[in-house]
Design a protein around this ligand. Structure first.
Ligand code: IPM
Ligand code: MG
Length: 367
């Protein structure tokens, strides 16, 4: 049987640096666990624009459709600020999400014990936090038509459309309930049913799907209240189900609860392929961090944990995913810190590759 295939799109800014550490981890699984992947690499975002004048080449798109999973680093940077909107780096990522139909975006926010002090919230509010945001990723205001900037009388008007079909809500909701069944059996659905018709429909459909999961406790919250509750008492949540735009905002908020944006992975999943594996793209929640790009300072953990999610959700290697997560937890408990994780007491931060070194050593020690 041939090896499962991975397409690496490291992208811009710190993307290639953090992905460099993931490549070492992938190599470790081949050498030490007999888990071999056929890895290919290509360009996305500003890097693709530099090479081809577009943020995602058609050939790259075609490759992404064929592989078992895509690993993405980050896209964007000030160098590309002046580019036309249609070829901005972000458009490459959005094209991948849309054309691969990756409707379910899983964004876990877990607070590692060793980092509870780094949260901007009090330690007891975040210690032990373990929530999962399920963000609908292929519809809503990110993609709805009509959209554009139009002339209206003697001024211009900017238009985007929040649009959700029942089936779009339904499949995102179903993935949230399925996850909840394997976790704390609670789903909180967030929308703005008090002001938006799309929110009314969202609530209705979430309730209907919820009836298929009688063991799961479903609650509803307006998204603004949800943001407030996330910083007030985040441990009340297990799975949060929400739309594309609210999910974008709420997941950044949830991420920061854990101490650093440099820690959080994500998985974007679509429908099952012929192999039974879902279409999948894995990427850190953080961006390209142009301010520290190229300096070897970036924290590779979010990208490494994204690969752990790939092991779990694409390759049915839950135990190996747990091994990698435990290695990360171990090095943090031992005091390994990149610059983003330095407390006021200071110390010497590890470089990106030094963080890779200690995680690899912890993996070795796990054997
Ligand atoms: C995210 C990012 C993206 C989004 C950008 C880069 C297009 O913020 O993945 O959260 O808005 O979805
Ligand atoms: Mg975002």
């Amino acid at each position: 049987m041939s090896n499962p295939s991975l397409l690496i799109l490291a992208g811009d800014g710190i993307g290639p640096e953090v992905m460099g550490q993931v490549k070492r981890i992938i190599g470790w699984y081949g050498d030490k666990r007999g888990l071999n992947f056929d890895v290919s690499e290509d360009l996305v975002g500003g890097a693709a624009n530099d090479a081809h004048g577009v943020p995602l080449h058609d050939d790259t798109m075609a490759k992404a459709q064929e592989v078992d999973a895509v690993l993405l680093g980050a896209v964007g940077g000030p160098k590309y600020d002046e580019l036309d909107f249609s070829v901005k780096p972000e458009r490459g990522l959005l094209r991948l999400r849309k054309e691969m139909d990756l409707f379910s975006n899983l964004r876990p926010a877990q607070c590692f014990d060793a980092l509870a002090d780094f949260s901007s919230l009090k330690k007891d509010i975040v210690a032990g936090l373990d929530i999962m945001i399920v963000r609908e990723l292929t519809s809503g205001v990110y993609f709805g038509e009509p959209r554009g900037i139009f002339e209206e009388g003697n001024e211009r008007v900017g238009i985007n459309t929040q649009r959700y079909t029942e089936s779009e809500i339904e499949r995102a909701a179903r993935s949230a309930f399925e996850l909840a069944m394997r976790r704390g059996k609670k789903v909180c659905s967030m929308e703005k049913a008090n002001v938006m018709e799309s929110g009314i429909l969202w609530r209705e459909v979430a309730t209907r799907v919820g009836k298929e999961y009688p063991e799961v406790e479903l609650s509803h919250m307006y998204a603004d209240n949800g943001a407030m509750q996330l910083v007030r008492a985040p441990k009340q949540f297990d799975v949060i189900l929400t739309d594309n735009l609210f999910g974008d905002i709420l997941s950044d908020c949830a991420a920061m609860l854990t101490g650093s944006l440099g820690m959080l992975p994500s998985a974007s999943l679509g429908a099952p392929m012929e192999s039974g594996r879902p279409k999948a793209l894995y990427e850190p929640v953080h961006g390209s961090a142009p301010d520290i790009a190229g300096e070897g300072k970036a924290n590779p953990i979010a990208c490494i944990l994204s690969f752990a999610m790939a092991l779990r959700y694409s390759f049915d290697q839950g135990e190996e995913a747990a091994r990698l997560e435990a290695a990360v937890e171990k090095v943090l408990a031992d005091g390994a810190r990149t610059g983003d994780l330095m407390g006021p007491e200071g110390g010497t931060p590890l470089s990106t590759s030094e963080m890779g070194d200690v995680i690899l050593a912890a993996l070795d020690a796990s054997l």
